[in-house]
Design a protein around this ligand. Structure first.
Ligand code: CP
Ligand code: NVA
Length: 313
């Protein structure tokens, strides 16, 4: 059966741990993996902007010996998808040419449709609902910085968005307890929350939503945030900024964890003065650039598992 990463729901806790083990080994000894994707091509379809995801996938595929094909869906050089060719037909055609698809888009249905109608692995490189590659890199980062993820408390401060959803699903797959700290009007999706909480109950971890920032962050090992205005939400920017007023991670909120060693994480791009103060973003608790680098290692492990010679067990 063809495996995909449509969201973290595609991975068990054991598989997530295995992927992070491979990522750590790839980071330590990259030379060992130079032929994982030898002779293989990967289509990278991007309908939204990207710095980290695009570059880390292109470089990562190259480092594994494969060929990345960067494709957009708009403008004169975009794919026919942008002019109405169906996902069904696109999936079938790409399956004749390439060995895998990485896609960044708006609707999760496009990712699911490519997986359903094609015959090759599909990797979600961000949708409005999920950002699983980010969460995998975050797990690697936390493991490196804190020596493990088991029993750690991660508090995501901000809107209940794609990044929050993937962290919620990461919790039970990594042994972490997750708190989403958001205004009541920007809670995570109810269905995704229910699924994350069910997975957490089965794994013996917790996923909670807490509105009050000081209450939420008490005892945290990691404070995490994301841009207040996601791609595709520009029309609602003013309203989102107003709702999130009071949810900035600053020195006082870091101190409210009661943990002087608490880490600050951000998927980036960052907006100093909005979701994070410059003092925290550029301060000693911040691990954001290690986090960005780990996109490369985690995604290479994912590619080697889905398209290369690595096994999930
Ligand atoms: N964090 C992240 O996905 O960054 P990009 O949007 O730059 O890819
Ligand atoms: N929530 C953000 C994440 C960017 C990496 C967005 O979707 O734009």
């Amino acid at each position: 059966m063809t495996r995909h990463l449509r969201s973290l729901l595609d991975l068990s806790a054991a598989e997530t741990g295995r992927l992070i083990d491979i990522a750590a080994d790839m980071k330590a000894t990259p030379g060992k993996y130079g032929a994982e994707l030898s002779g293989k091509s990967v289509a990278m379809i991007f309908s939204k902007q990207s710095t980290r995801t695009r570059i880390s996938f292109e470089v990562g595929i190259h480092q594994l010996g494969g060929q990345p094909l960067f494709l957009t869906t708009s403008g004169g050089s975009g794919m026919q998808m942008g002019r109405g060719e169906t996902i069904h037909d696109t999936a079938k055609v790409l399956s004749r040419f390439v060995h895998g698809i990485v896609i960044r888009t708006f609707g999760q249905a496009e990712v699911d449709g490519l997986a359903e109608h094609g015959s090759i692995p599909v990797i979600n490189a961000l949708t409005d609902d999920y950002h699983p590659c980010q969460a995998l890199a975050d797990m690697l980062t936390i493991r490196e910085k804190l020596g493990g993820t088991e029993g750690k408390k991660l508090v995501y401060v901000g809107a209940g968005n794609n990044v929050a959803h993937s962290l919620m699903l990461l919790g039970p797959r990594s042994g972490m307890n997750i708190v989403v700290n958001c205004p009541d009007s920007l809670r995570p999706d109810a269905k995704i929350l229910a699924r994350a909480q069910a997975d957490a109950a089965a794994a013996g971890t917790t996923v909670e939503v807490i509105v009050d920032p000081k209450e939420a962050v008490a005892g945290a090992h990691v404070l995490y945030t994301d841009t207040w205005v996601s791609m595709g939400q520009d029309d609602a920017a003013k309203e989102l900024m107003a709702k999130l007023d009071g949810y900035t991670i600053d020195g006082a909120l870091m101190a409210a964890t009661g943990n002087k060693d608490a880490l600050f994480m951000h998927c980036l791009p960052a907006h100093r003065g909005d979701e994070v103060s410059a003092e925290v973003m550029d301060g000693r608790s911040s691990v954001v650039f290690d986090q960005a680098e780990n996109r490369l290692h985690a995604q290479k492990a994912l590619l080697a598992l889905l398209l290369g010679g690595q096994s999930w067990t």
